[in-house]
Design a protein around this ligand. Structure first.
Ligand code: LLP
Length: 413
């Protein structure tokens, strides 16, 4: 929901420059309409089937964002006790929470069971036994799916490839049927599904299809052993268009390709994260200095890798836009943050107008894995977050203070 009106860049009906002045920079800004329309694309995709759209809340776990999605009918995909806590606080029904993660601790399993979450996506036999034991102690039953590793290449960055053999995720393909047979024997386990999440920022439909076909083959085998699989949890992973040259599949294209593989008796779970939040949020920052050095033209901004780590960690591309159109000459520019690391950059070799100190830039599509992955590195307080809906502006997270930097530190000196 970004658009130029005259020379000014707007998010919905709010001028970005005015948000920068009101809240200071750097600041994350989100569009509520974009979040809801992204979510609706999944709801519409699932309209003719039974199941759940579980927002992967690791993407963005701000309470207001979570409340928007839970009110819209979303479930949640969580990955820690902390995420269960946040989701319950935000009003998600426990019966719509699915819990994946390779390292669930006993305490987290107990917390999840006591709060009656819908399903554990179990990633190892060791975890299966831990859940069975704890459920027994709590005199309850745990509903589970195994997260399986279908050994599919999603053609994405290595760090966000999860469904290939050799990664730490899921049960190895060949071991899946025997895992289900073991689960059937566990007194406090109820098998209800099968889960796979092959990776993130996937721009092709094919890997999803291949994974679904492999899941289908397993389901047939598992069901031959008298174990009913009710839910097919397809994970998340649909990519977005960070660059104009990219083309991302629409949710219904991926969903229909998956539905076509299974019979009508199955229910489906999808766990989108990025495709709900990425293009609904942006990082608004300010040019602190421009600097020419070693033949390079740098713009130094007040947003750094501690605020948005994706360029540094995954060499990710985020389009960078001045919030005001100008006729100034464009030069090849490297946009960097103030952190004391050469890996602290927002964009390399971008053709940007020669901007002056104090002008504002928008680092786009930072609503997913932006604030959620931010840190206080270099003792930089966490950024504020602002939600826009039409012309309405709401501060949904305050800027942290210097005092907050010391929170929880204990000093006896
Ligand atoms: N389900 C599971 C089990 C996951 O592990 C993930 C993401 C998702 C769903 C959501 O995937 P999405 O729809 O967002 O692709 N920090 C990285 C992305 C890490 C993804 C981790 N798992 C990045 O900034 O690119």
């Amino acid at each position: 929901m970004l658009s130029f009106k005259g020379n000014d860049l707007f998010i919905e009906n709010v001028k970005l420059a005015s948000l920068a002045k009101k809240f200071g920079t750097a600041v994350f800004v989100y569009s509520k309409s974009q979040i809801l329309s992204n979510f609706k694309a999944y709801q519409d995709g699932l309209a003719k089937r039974e199941g759940l759209i579980c927002f992967a809340c690791k993407t963005n776990s701000n309470q207001t964002i979570l409340k928007i999605l839970s009110k819209a009918g979303a479930g949640a995909d969580v990955t820690s006790g902390g995420e269960i806590f946040r989701c319950l606080k935000a009003g998600f029904e426990p019966s719509k929470i699915v819990y994946a993660g390779v390292g669930k601790t006993d305490e987290e399993i107990e917390y999840a069971l006591k709060n009656k979450i819908f399903m554990f996506n179990v990633e190892s036999i060791e975890e299966l036994y831990a859940i069975d034991k704890i459920a027994g102690r709590l005199k309850t039953k745990a509903k589970i799916a195994f997260r399986i590793n279908p050994n599919v290449n999603p053609h994405t960055h290595k760090y966000i490839t999860t469904g290939k053999e050799g990664t730490k995720f899921g049960i190895a393909y060949k071991a899946v049927v025997s895992a289900y047979i073991l689960a059937k024997k566990c007194p406090n386990i109820v098998v209800i599904g099968i889960h796979s999440h092959i990776g993130s920022q996937i721009l092709e439909i094919e890997p999803f299809k291949i994974a679904a076909q492999k899941i289908k083959n397993l389901v047939d085998e598992i069901e031959k052993n008298g174990i009913k699989i009710e839910y097919i949890d397809c994970g998340g992973g649909i990519g977005i268009e960070y660059e104009k040259s990219q083309k991302a599949p629409a949710p219904n294209q991926v969903m229909n390709a998956i539905f076509a593989i299974f019979g009508k008796d199955k229910k489906f779970i999808f766990e989108p994260g990025r495709s709900i939040m990425a293009n609904a949020g942006h990082l608004l920052c300010k040019v602190i200095y421009r600097k020419n050095s070693g033949g390079q033209s740098f713009l130094i901004t007040d947003a750094g890798m501690n605020d948005l780590i994706r360029p540094s960690l995954y060499q990710a591309y985020h389009e960078i836009l001045p919030v005001k159109k100008t006729n100034a000459k464009k030069v090849k520019t490297t946009v960097v943050g103030p952190i004391c690391e050469s890996g602290d950059f927002m964009g390399n070799d971008r053709m940007l107008p020669i901007l002056a100190q104090g002008e504002y830039l928008l680092i786009t599509c930072a609503g997913a894995y932006g604030a959620a992955m931010s840190s206080q590195y270099n003792s930089r307080p966490l950024l504020p977050e602002v939600l826009v809906e039409n012309s309405k502006i709401q501060l949904i997270k305050k800027r942290a203070s210097y005092n907050d930097l010391l929170l929880n530190e204990v000093s006896k000196l």
